[in-house]
Design a protein around this ligand. Structure first.
Ligand SMILES: Cc1cc2nc3c(=O)[nH]c(=O)nc-3n(C[C@H](O)[C@H](O)[C@H](O)COP(=O)(O)OP(=O)(O)OC[C@H]3O[C@@H](n4cnc5c(N)ncnc54)[C@H](O)[C@@H]3O)c2cc1C
Length: 397
């Protein structure tokens, strides 16, 4: 029998196929097929570079095995295998954190910086994932493409509506879909899809039409964002997904949600808010949106958002480059709202969602940590507890 070894795996149920881990791995140990993204045990040296870049925590899976699972086996998985009962030579059990100290230290370090393993809210609807993949993408027709930011803003963010016609494409608020840019890369391989959060609710941008909306920012020299932002009505697009099984809405209209975002990070929160508006329009004081942008004209959906009553959706806007006003970031708004934030941290029905650019994460965490300290609590303990309960969600890219 081979000596037991630790194998690094990716949870196919939680992975959103963003391929960031694959692009980050210095050893090319992470590979994909049409279905899954997997780790080649013969190449992985546990450098951990892939752990903090994963937006979902699906990368942080480990098993002790006698014979490593092959890449081909992993490609077939719909879910991870259970940890097998494996006797080790020294009689220790297969608790990974205990098996060797160096590995435990590495894992602890990785968990400190990464989002940790995410969980869906207990009451969330069951999402459909990976229905369409690289080998079998869905075709959608572009129904509309509208600029959301002011004409004089140098940020071009677009509202794109995709129609799936008669093709089933079930999505939940908070999920993402992949768009495959046409053409091939320098090696002649098809381009990898880019992920975009769905910004419409589950029953469609227009209720009971089989369509979804996206909120896409044009990136300077970005391949897929320029392709999407330049789409015309009637164009056909290749779509994968849906992806994401944790950044979901609790099925409880009384759950208190604090949604913190910048830029296109607002996309899932538009979906959350529209779902609530359709499902429970009379519930008050349970939604707060903390939204940061440079100026009002750069903030996607600023006009429509202003029309939503404050009793339904509290809006805390932070502008960092508004004339004759001090610079404000989302973390400043959280600090100003410390009493409400502190209440939410202690509320078993309180949820925090953070979405947007990676750069916002540390400032927000610092503010939450200070607010927790202010009420005599330890932020990392609260955060771990909230994450365990499916009440703390981060999706940054
Ligand atoms: C879970 C998740 C959800 C997401 N949701 C959204 C969303 O709702 N909306 C949204 O807009 N984005 C979203 N993204 C980001 C999106 O997936 C893409 O990463 C983004 O659109 C950039 O892709 P691209 O193909 O345009 O850029 P790429 O071609 O992949 O380039 C990546 C970056 O490099 C820069 N770059 C490329 N070529 C050059 C060059 N020659 N010189 C200098 N710089 C260069 C580009 O400016 C870009 O910033 C999400 C990502 C994740 C992981």
């Amino acid at each position: 029998m081979n000596k037991p070894l630790k194998q690094h795996l990716i949870d196919p149920e939680i992975c959103i196929r963003c391929y960031t881990c694959e692009m980050t791995c210095p050893l090319e140990a992470i590979v994909h097929d049409d279905n899954n993204v997997v780790v080649d045990a013969s190449k992985c040296n546990f450098c951990m570079d892939c752990i903090p870049v994963c937006p979902t925590g699906s990368i942080d899976e480990w098993r002790v095995v006698n014979d490593p699972y092959s890449v081909e086996e992993q490609f077939e998985w719909m879910e991870l295998p259970e940890q097998e009962d494996i006797a080790t030579e020294d009689g220790k059990d297969t608790d990974l954190e205990a098996l060797d100290d160096a590995m435990s230290a590495l894992l602890a370090e990785a968990h400190k910086g990464a989002g940790g393993k995410a969980r869906a809210p207990a009451s969330a609807s069951k999402p459909t994932i990976n229905m369409y993949n690289l080998g079998k993408p869905a075709q959608a027709r572009v129904q509309g493409n509208y600029r959301l930011t002011d004409a004089d803003s140098d940020s071009d963010v677009r509202h794109i509506i995709l129609d799936f016609g008669g093709l089933p494409f079930p999505v939940l608020e908070g999920q993402s879909i992949g768009i495959i840019p046409p053409g091939t890369d320098a090696d002649g391989k098809p381009h990898l899809p880019r992920l975009y959060s769905v910004s419409s609710p589950r029953d469609g941008e227009r209720p009971n039409f089989n369509n979804v909306s996206l909120t896409v920012k044009r990136e300077d020299q970005g391949l897929c964002s320029n392709y999407v932002c330049d789409l015309n009505t009637g164009d056909t697009v290749q779509v994968t997904g849906p992806f994401g099984s944790t950044f979901l809405l609790p099925s409880d209209p009384n759950a208190h949600l604090m949604m913190i975002c910048t830029g296109t990070g607002s996309a899932p929160f538009r979906g959350f808010t529209m779902r609530r508006q359709r499902e429970a329009p009379s519930v008050k004081d349970s939604l707060t949106l903390v939204f940061g942008a440079r100026r009002p004209g750069d903030l996607p959906y600023f006009g429509p958002l202003k029309k939503v009553p404050e009793t339904f959706l509290r809006k805390l806007f932070a502008f960092s480059r508004q004339e004759a006003a001090p610079k404000q970031y989302v973390q400043d708004k959280l600090r100003e709202d410390a009493d409400r934030v502190a209440e939410l941290l202690q509320d078993p029905n309180g949820y925090i969602y953070i979405c947007g650019l990676k750069a916002m994460e540390s400032g927000v965490e610092e503010a939450l940590s200070d607010i927790a300290r202010g009420i005599g609590m330890d932020w990392s303990a609260i955060r771990d507890r909230m994450r365990e309960d499916g009440r703390y969600h981060v999706e940054t890219y």
